[in-house]
Design a protein around this ligand. Structure first.
Ligand SMILES: Nc1ncnc2c1ncn2[C@@H]1O[C@H](COP(=O)(O)OP(=O)(O)OP(=O)(O)O)[C@@H](O)[C@H]1O
Ligand SMILES: [Mg+2]
Length: 232
């Protein structure tokens, strides 16, 4: 049985994560409660557990102890098949190093989550992908390959791919960590606007306090624990 609470979209309840063989305590009794549509930044020094927490929220990794709920679904209890299904439908992930498929074009990369959805017609896929590429300003780059793009453009493709299937939750791990400050700010501004307009609940890890300022709230971590939460 899971306790339902509509106030929060994401609930992280007393999560611990150890890497026993390396004697690392990556997360120690971490709890966080995120409201629908909220944009939360996760900050803290390298190694404090940001990526570990994001991966657990997104179902990429499992907690050792504790639980994570997306809506009323306890993601930490689902089997692999159920997690894959939930991720495909409800979660969009943006990575620091973009993780685009180099053999696919911009259009093909961006449309991937829709192509995997199966129930959509090719016409619907085309319309939605074209709309999404327009929103990130890449219509003219549709037939380009990732190697032919700038870093900022690559991240905009990755954002299009993360948002194209309108997931409830967006998880972003250092989305501007690999961009210069000007491109980083542009990408963040776009990311923030799209997440707000789409009412996506968003959790973004970042080293940069400038990037964190784009969020509604900042959760600061250190040594696997939450230090404090600041409303921005
Ligand atoms: N697979 C693993 N095996 C052992 N230890 C790991 C593993 N993954 C992460 N860790 C350790 O867990 C801790 C938290 O790592 P994590 O990647 O979550 O940090 P982070 O806050 O995202 O850091 P950064 O800002 O550098 O990305 C680190 O000490 C790291 O070395
Ligand atoms: Mg990290």
């Amino acid at each position: 049985m899971t306790q339902q609470d509509d106030t929060y979209h994401i609930q992280v309840r007393s999560v611990c994560k150890n890497y026993e063989e390396h004697r690392v305590k990556a997360l120690i009794d971490v709890s966080a409660f995120i409201k629908p549509g909220e944009f939360v930044a996760l900050t803290g020094p390298s190694g404090c557990g940001k990526s570990t927490l994001l991966n657990i929220i997104a179902g990429i990794d499992k907690p050792g102890r504790g639980s994570v709920l997306i809506g009323d679904q306890e993601i930490s209890r689902l089997n692999d098949k159920e997690v894959t299904e939930l991720r495909r439908k409800k979660i969009g992930f943006v990575f620091q190093f973009f993780n685009l498929l180099n053999t696919l074009t911009v259009y093909e990369n961006a449309s991937l989550p829709l192509a995997l959805a199966r129930h959509l017609s090719s016409r619907e896929i085309r319309t939605r992908t074209e709309e999404m590429l327009e929103q990130v300003g890449l219509t003219k780059r549709s037939s380009f390959y990732p190697s032919q793009l700038s870093g900022g453009e690559m991240q905009r493709v990755a954002i299009a791919r993360a948002l194209v299937h309108k997931p409830e939750v967006i998880v972003a791990d250092e989305p501007t960590g690999n961009l210069d400050s000007e491109n980083g700010e542009q990408v963040l501004r776009l990311f923030q606007t799209l997440c707000r307009n789409g009412r996506h609940t968003t959790v973004m890890a970042t080293h940069s306090s400038d990037a964190a300022n784009f969020a509604d709230r900042t959760i600061r971590m250190r040594d696997g624990r939450i230090l404090e939460e600041i409303c921005t």
